[in-house]
Unconditional design. Structure first.
Length: 239
């Protein structure tokens, strides 16, 4: 079963650094590289989660939202002092399919961190998948990102930068006047809730203040056939 390894920390300057890879050591080393000027290796927090098999793009997006919501609920996280989010990781989000994962290109992280500068560094050891990621990024109007081959790649260096857009930050900072759905209070009170589809998770995050808008977070028309599947618990601890 594919696994996501995440290491993250918040620097004294209020920058949230997230490293997400399919290998634990790669996630750790890249996470430390993001924070080493201000923090120690031991300051990194770690998460890990299984990707269900078989899976759909909606399953992957749900897993990403679960991980990000866990980070936002950590004791060191503060919306008020957060200045920037840097996310570095596999462009396929650690799935067995090495092709680019759409939820890393469609503005999901900008929606989870509204009004904050979000910098994506998405990479693959395979040049062909970076090329596919560039085509997807071009078609979706990606901003604030770098797509690149990994340093250990033997297939030749490839990199493309998508500059940050101030307009994008301002748009994500604007409140959207949409009535929020009434939450299932019984479900929200449970220590662990089984999420059957991304829209259910999005609705729950809106109510607890983790996800700011239900309009852009997920496609409400997406159907799922995974009703028999529960959400895999995420573990979190200090290194």
């Amino acid at each position: 079963m594919p696994k996501i390894y995440v290491h993250y920390a918040i620097t004294p300057k209020g920058e949230l650094a997230i490293s997400s890879y399919h290998e634990r050591t790669q996630s750790l080393s890249n996470g430390f590289a993001l924070i080493k000027k201000e923090l120690k290796l031991s300051d990194l927090q770690k998460l890990e989660a299984d990707i269900p098999t078989p899976y759909t793009n909606d399953d992957i997006k749900t897993k990403l939202l679960e991980l990000l919501s866990t980070i936002k609920q950590s004791k060191n996280y503060s919306e008020a002092t957060l200045s920037k989010v840097t996310y570095k990781g596999d462009l396929n989000l650690c799935t067995s399919n090495k092709a680019p994962t759409p939820c890393l290109f469609d503005g999901t992280l900008n929606q989870v961190f509204p009004g904050k500068e979000v910098q994506l560094i998405l990479e693959s050891a395979n040049r062909e998948y970076v090329e596919a990621g560039i085509r997807l990024a071009d078609s979706m109007g990606l901003v604030g990102a770098i797509l690149q081959t990994k340093t250990a790649s033997t297939e030749g260096v490839l990199s493309k930068t998508y500059p940050q857009s101030e307009a994008q930050v301002q748009v994500n900072n604007s409140p959207i006047d949409i009535p929020a759905p009434i939450p299932d209070t019984a479900a929200l009170a449970q220590a662990e809730v089984k999420i059957k589809d991304p829209q259910t998770l999005s609705n729950a995050l809106v109510k607890i203040g983790v996800f700011n808008t239900a309009k852009d977070s997920l496609n409400a028309n997406t159907q799922t056939t995974e009703d028999q599947k529960g959400s895999t618990p995420i573990t979190i601890d200090k290194i």
